[in-house]
Design a protein around this ligand. Sequence first.
Ligand SMILES: [Zn+2]
Length: 210
Amino acid sequence: MSYSVTAPRYSILNTKVLILNRSYLPIHVTSVRRAFVLLYQGIAKAVNEQYQTFDYESWSDLSISAHDETIGLVSRVLRVPRVILLVSYDRVPKRQVRFSRYNIYARDKCTCQYCGRRLPRHELNLDHVLPRSQGGMSMWENVVCSCHDCNRRKGGRTPHQANMPLVRRPIKPQWTPFMQETFSMSRYKEWMPFLNTIDVSYWNTELLEK
Ligand SMILES: [Zn+2]
């Protein structure tokens, strides 16, 4: 199978396709070009709006309606899949979410974890729940977003010592760089049924707050 090598950069072949694992969990985003290769090699199947899966041959045989996106190959016109499924892959790849100021602010929704006020980024800083002077580590479970007032008031004390209980116990977020990427780029309506398992609007809002 060959595609026109002269396909320009903005070609439909370079647009995005969502990859699901065998359990229909979204795990990656790829190009239409790569999706067709995976489909052709039998590694992936195309998924339609009714969650039906198609191998390369049955996908090729689909009748094409006027509103479908298509690409023309040498001998035939094919519908462009927006979702594909890896037939023998059932894991979710492990990716570490970066332990960064930005991601901590995102996790805590720019809200002071002591007084509960939501503030602009420049009015916030990071607080070690168990202070470093008492052996507190710099890790997801021990660092929270805090306003300057609360940070000063708490000083080198634990929340218990300072009588300043946390709004929420800090945990490591379950989202991954893949999800951030997916949410920050334009999405296709065909992806939405598979992304709904994740709180899209919440993370999207955070990420737009650059
Ligand atoms: Zn505060």
